[in-house]
Design a protein around this ligand. Sequence first.
Ligand code: PMP
Length: 439
Amino acid sequence: NTIGPRSAELFTRAQRIFSDGTTRATIERNPIPRYLTEGKGAYVTDVDGRRFLDLNGNFTTLIHGHGFEPVVDAVCRQIRSGSCFANPTQHELELAELLVDRVPGMEWIRFVNTGTEAVLFAVKAARAYTGRPAVAKIEGAYHGAYDWVEVSQASGPATWGDPREPSAVPYYRGMPASVLDEVVTVRFNEIEGCQRLLEKNAHRLAALIIDPVPSRAGLITPDPEFVEAVNATARKLGIVIIADEVLNFRQGYQGASARHGFKPDLFTLGKIIGGGLPIGAIGGKREIMSVFGRGEKRAPLPAGGTFSANPLSMVAGLASMTALDQAAFEHLEDLGDRLRARLREEIALKDAPFSVTGVSSLLRIHPKRQVPKEFRDIALSPAESATMEALTRACAASGVILPNGAAACLSTPMTEGDIHLVGDVFAEFLSTHSHLFES
Ligand code: PMP
């Protein structure tokens, strides 16, 4: 058993007061989650004293791993000066300047506390700018907890509907029908359908929200022709492109859109830009961002937030982002290329029915021989789900936390040795568990 007795004890207590035993639906459990006490660099330690290489990094947030000294120093210093004020600080300016300098197309920016908030403000900004209510989104893509982007997020084949016109699938019982009416679901890497649906709904569409490499929808790289079609169609129809880079901003110095050729009007950021503290940001074209106001009495779209741009998140983010120079991204790129190559090599060697997606510091293993091209390709049979659970367990048993059904990520303190460890664990799994996936 890879979950120790202390985690089990804490979970028993937790079940008395949390409906599902935790506070976050996304936490991995099997069925008990692992309680952690400490993280240092690329490794975490659980309450039972076991140590693991962390390929989760708080869902891709900790690009420098745990306890990154520049962040620790900055936060310790700042907390003595003040944790939050009802006034701006110079720290928000410094982080904003860094981001605006790096990201092409990011003219203006503002901070919030989570990726969810960034997405909801970006959608509202697109509405306020265009005067239109509806949103187009990619089938299966995750954008946080705003109703309109929760649609068609985690559905199975039974609810997908016509591939030419995917259903807007409710995320929870009681989701207002009016929300579903205001969402157009399109498929990733599917040019003809995407263009047709955007054109058909252009009169009511404020925005197309797109994660350049949608992680929950498979962590699949966009085809260049798809990127071009999205850019051109949205521009032609006056639909605001929101690049949701909350997760994928870590793909490079300028982020993911620049890397893949998307030309967004707005960006949403989060995770790495807070250095491990809560954060979100909305940025993009001045013309659209000006809906947040220019000092007039009432902005077209007022946006406050008690903790928005709090100085702790700002200094942590600045320390983290400053250390992410070109060399740091090259290191991550190199580690990622090596790990993906090693995993693919093991798959080929054993002719095993697996594939690997992802770029830079991100990767995802699929129990599919064919490399998936979109969300509909990643749906798992019960046997495939069991295989992935067994893989996650086998990794944990060998001291590696590998996310199941989400992106695995690398961090700057990782080394060649860590990459070998993951490769070896995967190779061992393929050898010892072939009964699970050989038909
Ligand atoms: N958008 C994307 C692409 C995400 O990956 C996430 C979080 N995983 C969010 C939005 C929501 O961010 P948060 O959890 O900070 O609200």
